[in-house]
Design a protein around this ligand. Structure first.
Ligand code: NAD
Length: 267
């Protein structure tokens, strides 16, 4: 049996890749997608949006028009995703949130929603990135206490939030493993006389340029050697395919707040 899926934000960069990934996935049935009420893409054919030929499904502007879907995949904006949670909760739908940039308070709201609906919050749906989180945990456990930890990320010029949700999650995984509070030990960029580096800190550096899809590296640097753990995405399809995997997994999950580590069985 195929899982019926709807894509929220389907005219966006990710949305178009999600349409293609859903269309090609053997266990997913794409039933539709939403765009903003004011969007010039309202009423467009989803397949044409994705550049894969007409599919006979047109974009809608109200979630109620997608009521046949069991799982909603949301790559929109922070405000929209928070609104979509309420609708999905009231209508017994499962929700995969790929949107990034939520603050702690907003994450708490999403966690709370997980008590009464199945919800995956995945700031990065790539399988490789989630494997990288596991590698970071192993490395932090082995050498994190005595190395300098720095996280670099680079993305395309259109990205709105910084550092990326993935970079923050990398820092969170490392901080949790080392028993540190990321809010206290994170250093976001340096300028001027910054004094010597404190071992306890986790540094972040951000690049925004051209069409970079997404690159992340963590340094664990000692005197004389360093380990670098890097992931490079070369196409948005990697995120789209991971989101399909999350949607399929979530269709069989109980109410709860999950992440990609749950989806991939890496916990
Ligand atoms: P984008 O701006 O190209 O697309 C977002 C789309 O959502 C736009 O088309 C916008 O019109 C639409 N939208 C906004 N409000 C809406 C509403 N109320 N109803 C319907 N559509 C609405 O951005 P993008 O590059 O596709 O990224 C979207 C989000 O996904 C960002 O937060 C980004 O950081 C995140 N992202 C996550 C991953 C991941 O792996 N989880 C990967 C890439 C991007």
């Amino acid at each position: 049996m195929k899982v019926k899926v709807a894509i929220l934000g389907c005219s966006g960069r990710m949305g178009r890749n999600l349409i293609q990934a859903a269309h090609e996935h053997e266990s997913i049935e794409l039933i539709g997608g939403s765009v903003r009420a004011s969007s010039s893409f309202a009423g467009f054919d989803l397949g044409e949006l994705a550049g894969i030929g007409a599919m006979g499904l047109t974009t809608v502007t109200e979630l109620s028009q997608l009521n046949d879907a069991e799982v909603f995949i949301d790559f929109t904006s922070i405000e929209t995703s928070l609104e979509n949670i309420n609708w999905c909760k009231e209508n017994n739908k499962a929700l995969v949130i790929g949107t990034t940039g939520f603050n702690d308070e907003q994450v708490s709201i999403i966690k709370e929603a997980g008590k009464s609906m199945p919800i995956v919050l995945a700031p990065n749906t790539s399988v490789g990135v989630n494997l990288m989180f596991k590698l970071l945990e192993i490395t932090a456990k082995a050498i994190g206490d005595y190395t300098d930890i720095e996280i670099f990320e680079a993305h395309h010029r259109f990205k709105k939030d910084a550092p990326s949700g993935t970079a923050v999650k990398m820092g969170q995984v490392i901080a949790d493993t080392l028993g540190r509070d990321l809010n206290e030990c994170a250093v976001y960029g340096r300028e001027g006389i910054t004094e010597e580096r404190s071992r306890e800190t986790i540094g972040f550096a951000t690049v925004r340029a051209g069409d970079i899809v997404g690159e992340h590296t963590a340094y664990f640097a000692d005197l004389g050697e360093r380990i670098e753990i890097t992931h490079k995405a070369s196409s948005r399809m990697t995120f789209a395919l991971g989101a399909m995997r999350a949607a399929f997994w979530l269709s069989e999950a109980d109410n709860g707040f999950y992440d990609m580590q749950d989806v991939l069985g890496l916990k």
